[in-house]
Ligand binder design. Structure first.
Ligand code: GRF
Length: 214
């Protein structure tokens, strides 16, 4: 059983998808704590509904970015969290947390990295005119969406797509591949070679390219 800690700032639909996979018995993990930087995050309601321990930590109460992240690391370590899941946590992670959890923090990004890092990945994809987009689960390093890529899922972008319609389609993929990445980690199937993630027993059949239209 893998102990997870989730950091979220908002709606928490990815948080919910992980809860659902655990409850369905498809992911051998326990969410030990939800930490949020937003007292109005809907993710808190989700935690309450599922009896998950949660905590609001106000970044403004800390004198520096480092001291905020030291606090988060302390809370996660106290809960014996092994893997930290960023689920719509709208901040760049500070060094103290990265040092406490090296290559043990995952994030999901709504674009095919390294394209369109940062905010509004779906809008940038539409504006650029790409024909394929998707989402990426990656380990977190000190950069902005620059860490080693674990899995990605792709979807075609149609001429009619808007930022909203593309976001909706990508979100469906997010809810599939984030729990999948955590499952691979829990199963000990993720190996890091330099910045390249190797998935053990990877089946060469587009397993991690999900296109609902096909
Ligand atoms: C998702 O689009 C995710 O890719 C990005 O932030 C959004 C969070 O959505 N990092 P939710 O809070 O999980 O619903």
């Amino acid at each position: 059983m893998l102990n997870l800690g989730v950091l979220a700032s908002g709606r928490g639909s990815n948080f919910q998808s992980i809860i659902n996979e655990i409850n369905a018995g498809r992911l051998d993990a326990k969410i030990k704590i939800l930490i949020t930087d937003n007292p109005n995050a809907y993710a808190i309601q989700r935690a309450k509904q599922h009896g998950i321990n949660w905590m609001y930590v106000n970044p403004k109460e800390f004198s520096s970015k480092d001291s905020f992240y030291e606090k988060l690391a302390d809370l996660l370590i106290a809960e014996e969290v092994e893997l930290v899941i960023l689920a719509g946590f709208m901040r760049i992670i500070g060094k103290p947390l990265i040092d406490a959890y090296p290559m043990k923090i995952m994030n999901i990004h709504p674009a095919l990295l390294p394209s369109f890092p940062g905010l509004h990945g779906q809008k940038k994809a539409i504006q650029y005119g790409v024909k394929i987009s998707g989402c990426t689960v990656h380990f977190v390093d000190e950069g902005m969406d620059t860490g080693p890529i674990i899995i990605q899922a792709a979807i075609s972008v149609s001429p009619e797509d808007t930022e909203q319609s593309l976001s909706d389609k990508i979100l469906q993929l997010e809810h599939k591949i984030y729990p999948e990445a955590i499952r691979l980690y829990q199963q000990g199937r993720i190996r890091l070679e330099g910045r390249v993630v190797k998935i053990l027993d990877y089946v060469e059949n587009n397993n991690y390219i999900i296109n609902p239209r096909l």
